[in-house]
Design a protein around this ligand. Structure first.
Ligand code: ADE
Length: 262
């Protein structure tokens, strides 16, 4: 268990996540909230949010323009992005991520890779893409890794960048307390990469729906077995693409389908 500023008990500076965006207020608001906000207040991470528009090179603060060769949509210009990255980064080898629908798919594995990268270098940079795209030369010049959060297009890369930051920060040692532990979350090794099980809390009966008996039995081994089996079933039903685990032998409880109504 961890608490408070434990991550910095050895006086190592907190790792810094820099987010470059055209909507800094949106990004700051989210990073100040919930677990990402608590992690910063506890000194386990630091966020630096930079307005890319501050790096526009003309007096109108232009950051986008039409595409060479024609076509609908505006393209983010290379100079403000490249100059912003070069100004804020402290390490020349810091990983620079661009959020874009054309990137590699974000996942549990990529979360852990980026977490390790952040811990090793102490710095991670995210550039929120906008408009139709970003001038290809910006990518080449600041060696970006491109990340997509799924096969759909959002209005911009801010929400995807915040998804990436949240997923990483909650895995920093000491950020999650027991009550919000990530140990057996969906997609973790604990769940063999599959989905989490069903969970219940008070009241014991709600609108005629009870709780599986095994959970009220106090028999920890049976409860654990039931949960594992539930997780495997759920993964098979909902995400057969993830289902790799053998179904464990079940004792002492019924799954949701067999659950009694009271
Ligand atoms: N920008 C717009 N849509 C996106 C997505 N799905 N993932 C990452 N960045 C995006």
């Amino acid at each position: 268990m961890s608490s408070g500023t434990e991550a910095n008990d050895d006086h190592a500076p907190a790792p810094v996540i820099r987010v470059l965006t055209l909507f800094p207020e949106m990004v700051r608001a989210v990073l100040a909230t919930s677990i990402p906000g608590r992690a910063e207040r506890q000194g386990q991470v630091r966020y630096e949010v930079t307005d890319i528009r501050d790096f526009a090179v003309d007096k109108h603060r232009t950051v986008d323009d039409t595409a060479y060769g024609g076509g609908a949509g505006m393209i983010m210009m290379a100079p403000p992005v490249v100059e912003a990255v070069e100004k804020v980064r402290e390490r020349s080898d810091a990983t620079v991520i661009l959020t874009t629908p054309q990137g590699e798919r974000f996942s549990e594995q990529l979360t852990l890779d980026l977490l390790a990268d952040l811990q090793a270098k102490g710095e991670l940079i995210l550039v929120c893409g906008r408009y139709k795209g970003i001038d290809e030369r910006a990518r080449e010049l600041v060696a970006m890794r491109e990340v997509s959060i799924g096969d759909y297009v959002l209005s911009g890369g801010e929400l995807p960048a915040l998804v990436v930051v949240d997923a990483i920060v909650r895995r920093l040692p000491g950020v999650l307390h027991d009550e919000d532990s990530a140990a057996n979350d969906s997609f973790t090794a604990d769940r063999d990469g599959g989905l989490d099980c069903a969970w219940y809390t008070k009241p014991p009966v709600y609108r005629g729906l009870g709780v599986p008996e095994v959970l009220m039995s106090g028999h920890h081994a049976n409860i654990e077995k039931w949960r594992r089996q539930q997780a495997v079933e759920r993964t098979r039903e909902r995400r057969p693409d993830l289902a790799t685990a053998e179904e464990p032998e079940v004792k002492g409880g019924k799954g949701r389908k067999g659950r009694d109504r009271t």
